[in-house]
Ligand binder design. Structure first.
Ligand code: NAI
Ligand code: 3PY
Length: 320
């Protein structure tokens, strides 16, 4: 008899066919809203789960005694209690690598957009306010040659360093668990303490996972260490930052600007003070959101799940 998979992420016809070839599939449209009841109903039969953006808590897992594997369509695994899944003997997989370059592109889009005020000035042009050539009031700041500070030198951090070093001639400094000699050599980069990075970098980019250790890592003290010309970019997770402290730093001119793809609460509240600030570029968690990359992530998740349900070791096992 085929095993049963609950799918809470829409797949392309080709990937759905690949999944249905081996398992029975129940599709739940959006488990975050009305379909949560459907998800609860289907959990007792589930051997596998595939999706993203669902906080899979103990109450939900208790409803799924047959569960063998969860394939997350994301590299970040902060929605899961990994220790609890391991205790229950449930394999967790993620989708690293396939989204690295695309997410770094998003990071660099935010670097350029904030520094050159692309969104603010494009909105200004659309509003018919471009009536004479622009002066210093509308100037931005250079990206090339400025110091790029990367917090979390992992896969995405390295892809960002590559863009900064080779594309924009930027000195790269980074803070991570440890120094990476290969990174230092390739990008002429330097590992340093967090405070040193905050003081020295012109662009401070967060590419860390959200963990107990990184929750609230960047708060009022850290914004005080940044210079008034520094630009803060977050493509990791909103909760790594104290958002109230970030708002204050932007409102008081403690930092120049912020490019934010992630927020403490998502979707961000429409009345968030962040959205009222011209020096904020806010995007709706689109780090990996291209047609090609989302398909590659889904394929990776399908392959991981099928391998786990066959009793094989999936390629991207988070809790071996
Ligand atoms: N905005 C978006 O759409 C996306 C966001 N992400 C986020 O980016 C994160 C990073 O992804 P990858 O680069 O693939 O992960 P990775 O595991 O390759 O890199 C993370 C790096 O952070 C370092 N690190 C972790 N905790 C640290 C700490 N407390 N202090 C110093 N360094 C620490 C690790 O040593 C590692 O080098 C994901 O966990 C996810 O939250 C990933 C993809 C898309
Ligand atoms: O993969 C992740 O962790 C994301 O945030 C979305 O791609």
């Amino acid at each position: 008899m085929k095993k049963h998979v609950l799918l809470y992420k829409k797949l392309s016809p080709a990937l759905l066919a690949r999944l249905e070839n081996e398992v029975e599939v129940t599709y739940i449209d959006d488990p975050a809203s009305d379909s949560l009841a459907r998800l609860r109903e289907a959990l007792p039969q589930a051997h596998g789960l595939l999706g993203a953006s669902l906080k899979l808590d103990a109450a939900l897992l208790d409803l799924a005694p047959q569960l063998e594997a969860v394939a997350s369509v994301s590299v970040g695994v902060d929605n899961y209690d990994i220790a609890d899944l391991s205790r229950r003997g449930v394999k967790l997989t993620n989708t690293p690598d396939v989204l690295t370059e695309t997410t770094a592109d998003t990071g660099f889009a935010l670097v350029l957009a904030t520094a050159r005020r692309v969104v603010e000035l494009a909105t200004w042009v659309r509003a018919g306010q471009w009536t004479a050539s622009v002066g210093p009031k509308h100037f931005g700041t250079d990206v090339h040659g400025k110091t790029l500070g990367i917090i979390g030198m992992g896969r995405i951090g390295e892809a960002l360093a590559q863009r900064g070093h080779f594309g924009f001639n930027m000195p790269v400094i980074y803070h991570s668990h440890s120094a990476k000699p290969a990174v230092d050599q390739r990008f002429g980069a330097r590992h340093c303490a967090l405070d040193e990075l905050l003081r020295e970098a012109d662009f401070i980019c967060l590419t860390l996972p959200l963990t107990k250790e990184t929750t609230g890592l960047i708060g009022a003290r850290e914004f005080e260490l940044m210079g008034e010309d520094s630009i803060f970019i977050n493509i990791s997770r909103g909760k790594v930052v104290d958002e109230q402290a970030l708002i204050r730093a932007l409102q008081t001119g403690q930092i120049r600007a912020a490019g934010l793809d992630v927020f403490e609460r998502e979707p961000v509240q429409t009345d968030s003070p962040l959205l009222a600030l011209d020096n904020v570029v806010a995007t709706p968690h689109i780090g990996s959101a291209t047609h090609e990359t989302r398909e590659a992530m889904a394929r990776c998740a399908v392959d991981n799940l099928l391998a786990a349900l066959r009793g094989e070791r999936p390629q991207n096992l988070v809790n071996p």
